[in-house]
Design a protein around this ligand. Structure first.
Ligand SMILES: Cc1cc2nc3c(=O)[nH]c(=O)nc-3n(C[C@H](O)[C@H](O)[C@H](O)COP(=O)(O)OP(=O)(O)OC[C@H]3O[C@@H](n4cnc5c(N)ncnc54)[C@H](O)[C@@H]3O)c2cc1C
Length: 436
């Protein structure tokens, strides 16, 4: 008798949900995306992907890597530059020159950036038609028992049935709350007391003001209690700016993580910085938003799954963005999930010694075992990096050699991650679980 195909419900169509969907489609596994919004969309800002994320894209589905590379802007230099954005050069705080603190080799076409909306469009264009239900705001999940399908209930009264639920529903994940408990502090992210002003500066404005070498490659501008990241996107037509400031106050909004900001506040946050950073802030447009940086460091999840329900991406391990690796980590999750669900499908077809539910639950247990430690280390290290970049981390202060050493090993732990080895571990763990 033919085995019933596995049905996967993906809650949320951000980068994690969409890349997972493509990876499942490539493996001929049935899936459906339930998205709260009325369309799939990303904000008008840049995003960069570290080398490990590119390797995960290739392993998950080469179409994802093609999608990224088709919209990525090459850096003019293969070296990521960390500069002193604060002190000026030879006592001159008005020059746009900055002292190079250290740099790191990215490899050929490594750590490129793109416009988020452009990447998302490329992903969506590669998905099959009718695989997304919009306006589907998940309210609750009812696990009706091991031999039954799982029921999803949405705020509009709609319901759906599935075998597996994967919550890719972002930093304020409902699925996380359902797995960990609504009263559990680990169900909610906390404010890191840093916020970011984000903007895209047209190259025709940035180039004359800052000079070619400053706008056509990736720079991190360091300083006390604030720092800024710049890199080219949109085929070099725009410079992406993320300018972080330490905020001693609480984030005032309970229901949102971004809010309109006044440019004068952004400028004030960097008023004591050197000429390059002050010029960058002046070039930002008036209609700015500020983004609260929340993460899951204070209350990490003890598990990423419960039976046939799991969480991935920011829903599982939202990190502050200082490594530029949060979305990449979600793609690593998706790579493990698509791989292990494929193993589960094979197992169901080849052997009847375990129940359908045991085979499916073991898949999420393996995912949890492979991903929990590394992804939570990223959350912690991202916090630390934010402190290093703002000369707040005691062990490094503003000592450039100490900062370099710390940034070097932390970055390479992310960039050099062996995706093949991760998938090998996935295979071994799953096999072992089902043999016992
Ligand atoms: C300033 C900043 C810069 C960053 N830069 C980088 C970078 O350069 N590189 C990098 O790798 N990462 C970066 N990140 C991190 C990255 O943006 C996130 O890790 C990534 O976007 C998370 O994707 P996701 O799909 O897991 O979640 P999200 O993008 O949040 O997607 C969640 C989706 O779920 C939907 N949803 C939510 N709740 C429900 C519900 N109840 N029912 C149905 N749908 C629901 C939402 O509408 C949304 O579409 C940055 C983050 C910030 C804040």
């Amino acid at each position: 008798m033919a085995v019933k195909p596995i049905e996967v419900a993906i809650i949320g169509g951000g980068i994690t949900g969409l890349t997972l969907a493509l990876g499942l489609q490539k493996r001929n596994i049935n899936f459906h995306i339930f998205e709260r919004a009325q369309s799939l969309r990303e904000i008008g800002a840049g995003i960069g992907f570290t080398p490990n994320a590119e390797r995960a894209m290739q392993a998950l589905d080469p179409r994802i890597h093609q999608a990224f590379k088709s919209v990525a802007s090459p850096n003019a230099s293969d070296w990521f530059q960390w500069v002193d954005g604060f002190s000026g050069v030879n006592g001159d705080k008005d020059t746009v020159e900055e002292e190079l603190l250290f740099n790191m080799y990215l490899g050929e076409r490594g750590f490129e950036g793109c416009h988020r909306a452009h990447f998302l469009k490329e992903l969506v264009d590669r998905l099959p038609e009718n695989c997304v239900t919009y306006g589907a705001h998940l309210e609750t999940i009812i696990d009706q028992g091991d031999n039954e399908v799982i029921q999803l209930r949405f705020h509009n009264g709609a319901t759906a049935e599935t075998d597996l639920v994967i919550g890719c529903d972002g930093i304020r994940s409902r699925v996380r709350q359902l797995i960990l408990g609504e009263q559990n502090p680990a169900s909610y992210p906390t404010y890191t007391h840093k916020k970011a002003y984000r903007g895209l500066i047209p190259m025709e404005k940035a180039l004359p003001a800052l000079g070619e070498s400053k706008v056509n490659t990736r720079f991190m501008h360091l300083g006390p209690d604030a720092h800024a990241l710049t890199f080219p996107v949109a085929g070099g037509k725009l410079v992406n700016v993320v300018a972080f400031v330490t905020d001693p106050d609480e984030w005032p909004y309970a229901d949102k993580l971004s809010a309109p900001a006044e440019k004068k506040n952004a400028i004030a946050g960097f008023s004591k910085f050197g000429g390059a950073v002050r010029t960058i802030m002046d070039l930002l447009s008036e209609d700015l938003d500020e983004w609260a940086i929340f993460d899951t460091y204070d209350h990490p999840a003890s598990t990423y799954y419960d039976g046939r329900i799991c969480i991935a991406g920011d829903a599982a391990h939202a990190a502050s963005p200082h490594h530029g690796a949060g979305a990449g980590s979600g793609i690593e999750d998706a790579t493990v999930l698509a791989t292990v669900i494929d193993f589960a499908r094979t197992r169901l077809n080849e052997s009847l010694d375990k129940s359908r539910s045991e085979v499916l639950k073991a898949a999420f247990a393996t995912y949890n075992a492979v991903r929990l430690e590394r992804s939570q280390w990223l959350v912690e290290s991202s916090r630390i990096l934010g402190e290093i970049y703002e000369w707040q981390y005691e062990a490094t202060g503003s000592d450039k050699k100490k900062c370099e050493d710390e940034v070097f090993w932390r970055s390479h732990k992310i960039w050099d991650y062996d995706i093949d080895q991760m998938l090998q571990q996935t295979a071994e763990d799953y096999k072992q679980r089902l043999s016992s």
